[in-house]
Ligand binder design. Structure first.
Ligand code: ATP
Ligand code: MG
Length: 560
């Protein structure tokens, strides 16, 4: 039996899955399961959307159903095909497919219109000619009931005439709206005669100038679900109060099916903002370098940072789905990436902050070929040659001229093992005028080579990575950190004051094994003892990879 793959955990049950299972048992929807993922194409998807995608597409996958991909494109002024393409790409990349079920709310504009006339004829909708301001004032508030608009009792004929003329383009934006006639004194504000249609003289990216009236989200959404014969319409908690309106639409209009809405708690993450509007601010104000900046919580950003689809699915599985709001610690997300990449990333050696180590008793032109495994637990991944030479690179932080207590790496007179190679003893070091170490000297023990019988006789505590100067090359490395230094930036008056000034540190002097120069854009590596890195998929060129720090090997944030 093969070991379970960490990227495909067995789906845990949650309350939405339980409802679906019960409905299947009771044959509520004739044995059908149809969910949908309905983003507005007005921004890039973020990690919160991934939760909704995994839930909706995951249910379809595990219960033999379908999940429709549907764009809620009811707001022509904010939408763009750039967003449509990126959303489709993100869902595919996450590992889900919609098959032939790609839809747009605008597919149903004609249906919505037909139902709107139906409602007018039944006396359940009317054209209101109050200004937006008056409509708001008439609506009342949580403690005061609303009062009816003077236009509420217009005749069916007059309503129909006005609505048709709205469609024909006879009126300016805001001159009229079509409202459902429900209950102006309902304790639920959403039922106080909500607007169903508004006038917008603005071309739609799909329907062009066909329409100058557009259905409101709540109306179009319920109609779309019913047209597509969705069984379980799963959305986030802020729509709970809209459910009575959703039910009103599907019960009052002659729709072909009766979908049900269920709400779950949206994902909130520490050190992360999730609102599309605020993410747009980050981009337009250039606090980050675009939607796919590796510090962004967008799917494109996370992907560029080095997040794998498996890590994101694992995360969505681990956090579960519930009905109460919570704030998930971002370290849970980072741990999922570590777990995934520990399994799937090849090992390599990089010296991020290099200082020269000279092995003074090693021949000037000598080359001793050592071997490093490509994955410590996967022998079938093979190993590669790591040449040992007189001049090496080591990490600056791995040498201390005056060691602090508990420092087991290189110190004057001290011994360490150079991983996969020899034990060396530090014999001296050189500093420049500023006291900065420019070179460390050591002698190696020829009988200490890893894997030979003599190696065991050397007992050393430090085990360091290194590179041969002659067999490594400088590359650009971008060491990323959290974008915000505060745990809850979304709650602040101004998130700009909470940006972490050290969220990116770029170096051009980091050294990698020459073999890594051919690393493919988007490929993942564990740089031993340093962290997981991903080859930048935008700024890398052939033979010139740029490495992004995806996540450190251990969580260091807690200790700061
Ligand atoms: P935002 O509030 O970030 O602008 P939105 O809710 O307007 O997002 P939509 O495009 O409408 O974004 O979202 C598509 C789907 O994704 C909806 O069903 C929505 O409920 C869900 N979704 C959005 N944000 C989250 C989140 N943080 N956690 C879980 N689901 C989410
Ligand atoms: Mg929305």
């Amino acid at each position: 039996m093969s070991k379970p793959d960490s990227s495909a955990p067995a789906p845990a049950s949650n309350f939405v899955r339980n409802i679906v299972a019960e409905d299947l048992k009771a044959n509520t929807h004739q044995g059908r399961v149809a969910t949908r993922f309905p983003p507005e194409p007005n921004g890039y998807l973020h990690i919160g959307h991934a939760k909704s995608i995994c839930l909706n597409f995951g249910i379809a996958r595990d219960f033999g159903g379908v999940c429709h991909m549907r764009f809620d494109d009811t707001n022509p002024t904010k939408e763009d095909t750039e967003y449509v393409d990126s959303i489709l790409d993100a869902v595919t990349w996450l590992g889900f497919g919609w098959g032939e079920h790609l839809y747009y709310a605008s597919d149903y504009f004609e249906k919505c219109y037909e139902y709107a006339e139906f409602l007018i004829i039944k006396g359940k909708a009317y054209v209101d000619s109050l200004s937006a301001e008056d409509i708001r004032a008439y609506r009342g508030n949580l403690t005061e009931p609303g009062k009816p608009s003077p236009y509420r009792d217009r005749s069916v004929e007059e309503n129909l005439d006005l609505f048709r003329r709205m469609r024909a383009g006879e009126f300016a934006d805001g001159a009229h709206v079509l409202r459902a006639k429900i209950d102006m004194s309902s304790p639920n504000m959403n039922l106080r005669d909500p607007a169903l249609y508004r006038i917008r003289h603005y071309p739609h990216w799909r329907t062009g100038n066909t329409w100058c009236i557009y259905p409101m989200y709540d109306f179009a959404h319920a109609v779309s679900d019913a047209q597509e014969r969705i069984t379980h319409s799963v959305c986030t908690l802020e729509f709970e109060d809209h459910r009575p309106l959703y039910d009103w639409v599907v019960e009052t209009c002659p729709v072909p099916s009766r979908p049900r809405q269920y709400e779950f708690a949206r994902l909130n993450l520490t050190y992360t903002m999730m609102s599309k509007r605020k993410l747009l601010d980050l981009v337009t104000e250039k606090h980050v370098d675009g939607w796919d900046d590796p510090r962004m919580p967008t799917i494109v950003g996370l992907r560029r940072r080095g997040y794998t689809a498996g890590a994101l699915r694992l995360f969505c599985e681990r956090i579960g789905v519930s009905k109460s709001d919570s704030l998930i610690d971002v370290s849970v997300l980072e741990d999922c990436l570590r777990d995934d990449l520990n399994e799937h990333a090849r090992r390599g050696v990089a010296v991020i902050d290099p200082v020269r180590l000279v092995i003074t008793n090693f021949p000037v032109d000598g080359v001793e070929v050592c071997h490093a495994p490509n994955h410590p637990q996967k022998a079938d991944w093979g190993s590669r040659e790591v040449p040992f030479t007189r001049e090496l690179w080591i990490e600056r932080e791995d040498f201390m001229a005056e060691p602090v207590k508990g420092f087991f790496r290189l110190t004057p007179g001290g011994m360490v093992r150079l991983r996969y190679a020899y034990v060396v003893k530090c014999t001296g070091f050189t500093v420049d005028a500023d006291g900065q170490v420019t070179e460390v000297q050591a002698e190696y023990f020829p009988d200490s080579r890893s894997g030979t019988p003599g190696a065991d006789t050397y007992k050393v505590k430090g085990n360091m990575h290194w590179l041969s100067v002659a067999h490594s090359s400088a590359v650009e490395v971008r060491n990323y950190d959290r974008l915000f230094s505060d745990a809850n930036p979304g709650a602040a008056d101004d998130f700009r004051t909470l940006l972490n000034p050290n969220s990116i540190a770029v170096r051009h002097d980091s050294q990698v094994e020459n073999g890594l120069l051919q690393a493919e854009p988007g490929s993942h590596w564990q740089f031993e003892r340093k962290g997981y890195y991903c080859v930048d998929n935008r700024d890398s060129a052939a033979g010139r990879p740029v490495f992004n720090l995806a996540v450190t090997l251990k969580d260091t944030w807690q200790k700061r």
